[in-house]
Design a binder for this molecule. Structure first.
Ligand code: DQA
Length: 142
């Protein structure tokens, strides 16, 4: 059974309340429970932090805990954090970047992702479903 981590960055703890016209009205904890209930043939772990260094520390833990895959929505750190990008490169665990909103259809500064070049792929604009689609990348057989 693969061990997969879902990592959410800053302000994603406020999903459901935060700008619902952009991010929807569901909170992540409910969504996560529904994902777990789907029996997606993997062991899921969830981590959220508003603090850049804590996200980096958790990525390092993923290495020591031998995770098979990572799904990360680094929120605004996507567009600013070379340190998170370096951590993804350092641990060398396949990582998929997810964005709930379509970052390419928003402000210019959201079109830059420091993480993207270190990730196997990116999903953007498909709402919370993006996390499940990223999971399928890891669990679906070809
Ligand atoms: C986001 C997009 C980012 O630009 C923004 O800062 C977020 C959420 C998304 O999921 O659409 O916090 O990553």
């Amino acid at each position: 059974m693969q061990k997969i981590a879902i990592i959410n960055g800053p302000n994603l703890n406020l999903l459901g309340i935060r700008e619902p016209q952009i991010y929807g009205t569901n909170n992540f904890n409910d969504y996560y429970k529904s994902l777990q209930a789907k029996n997606l043939h993997c062991t899921l772990h969830y981590f959220q932090s508003n603090i850049e260094g804590e996200i980096i520390n958790y990525l390092h833990e993923c290495l020591t805990e031998k995770f098979d895959g990572i799904i990360i929505n680094a929120g605004a750190y996507t567009h600013t954090s070379i340190a998170i990008a370096d951590a993804i490169a350092a641990i060398n665990i396949p990582t998929v970047e997810v964005h709930i909103s379509n970052v390419m259809a928003r402000e210019e500064f959201r079109k830059t992702s420091f993480l993207a070049t270190k990730c196997v792929g990116s999903i953007s604009g498909l709402g919370l479903k993006g996390y499940e689609l990223a999971l399928l990348y890891f669990t679906a057989t070809e």
